[in-house]
Design a protein around this ligand. Structure first.
Ligand code: 13P
Length: 339
């Protein structure tokens, strides 16, 4: 069993490829659709995801796509399920299985991610539907007096239980602790919170007997808070992130796939590229972007079938740019090649 999950984890971080996160919950996709004035109906969500997944050459730079419960059950206009569409394109289907971050009782301002109840059965069903990997996201906030050790531990424990259940079901768990950019904190506060979170997470994964080569880590880059007046340079972000990962991630982990977390699409590419210019880290450094891959394509689409081809071109372009950032070969000059 370990052999299969280890092989899938390595496939997901194959050279010049990364993951497309298209697992927005119904609430989140509504926000994205609101921004382009499109109503969030089941039909429009299906059309949008169909546009993304049928992008010509999607498999060139996308190794896997994270789906949402509704999406893994949907099909394209020609009747093939989205899982079949992706597999045909050489893309591995995955699934978000947490049920969201909820207020952590008696810890004002902090959250714990739920979704363990019935997870064994849901994983078995998702496996039958074709998912080969899963995702669970925990949110960690920086503020006055937090993150607390308890919120970090509660989330790490839940993530480790999820990861063990995934491996038991033959799926690769992506563990995703996200230290949010909300706030005006300095980059040092993010580095400290990220380090504490990763230490607790890897301690819990070890206690839960999770096989690290059959996992992937999805994490934030080490960044200043959005409201911090003194923003770090791309080089500083890359250096702080590599330093934090090197100190806290075991070498057996095959890959780190970053989330974009509200960075602009180009910043997310530039910073990944900066990190990959530095050689010598034991894990692959890749991407699992949601907004940073989808935003330009969503804006080009705007719910109009006439824009399908243009929107797909924009997605393919962003995927290619991030594919180049996997080896430090990206340059902002290449953005002009989008058209
Ligand atoms: P963003 O890249 O938009 O942060 O989304 C990634 C993701 O999957 C968050 O869970």
């Amino acid at each position: 069993m370990n052999d299969a999950t280890r092989a899938t984890a390595r496939e997901l971080v194959a050279p010049s490829k990364g993951i497309l996160a298209a697992d927005e919950s119904t609430g989140t996709i509504k926000k994205r659709f609101d921004s382009i004035g499109v109503e969030s109906t089941e039909g429009n969500r299906r059309q949008y995801r169909q546009m993304l997944f049928t992008t010509p050459g999607i498999g060139d730079h996308i190794s896997g796509v994270i789906l949402y419960d509704e999406t893994i059950r949907q099909a394209s206009d020609d009747g093939s399920t989205f899982v079949e569409v992706l597999e045909k394109a050489g893309v591995i289907p995955g699934i978000k299985v947490d049920t969201g971050a909820k207020a952590l009782a008696l810890f004002p301002g902090e959250t714990v991610t739920e979704g363990l109840d019935g997870l064994r059965e849901r994983l078995a069903e998702y496996g039958e539907l074709g998912a080969r990997f899963a995702k669970w996201r925990a949110t960690i906030f920086i503020g006055e007096g937090f993150p607390t050790e308890f919120a970090i531990l509660a989330n790490a424990h839940a993530m480790a239980r999820y990861a063990a259940l995934c491996q038991d079901a033959g799926l690769v768990p992506i563990v995703e602790p996200e230290i949010l950019m909300d706030g005006d904190h300095h980059i040092d506060a993010c580095e400290d919170a990220t380090a504490r979170t990763l230490q607790a997470l890897y301690a819990q994964l070890a206690e839960h007997r999770v096989d690290l080569p059959g996992t992937l880590l999805k994490v934030n880059m080490v960044l200043c808070g959005k409201g911090c007046p003194d923003q770090a340079s791309h080089e500083e972000v890359a250096a702080a992130t590599i330093r934090c990962l090197t100190a806290n991630i075991p070498a057996e982990v095959p890959g780190v796939v970053f989330l974009s977390g509200g960075m602009s699409d180009e910043d997310a590419t530039i910073r990944l590229n900066e990190m990959n210019k530095v050689s010598g880290h034991p894990w692959e450094l890749s991407f699992s972007y949601g907004r940073a891959l989808q935003q330009p394509s969503l804006r080009a689409w705007r719910g109009d079938p006439a824009n399908l081809e243009a929107a797909q071109k924009v997605l393919a372009h962003r995927a290619r740019m991030n594919g180049l950032a996997r080896t430090g070969e990206y340059s902002p000059d290449l953005e002009a090649s989008a058209a």
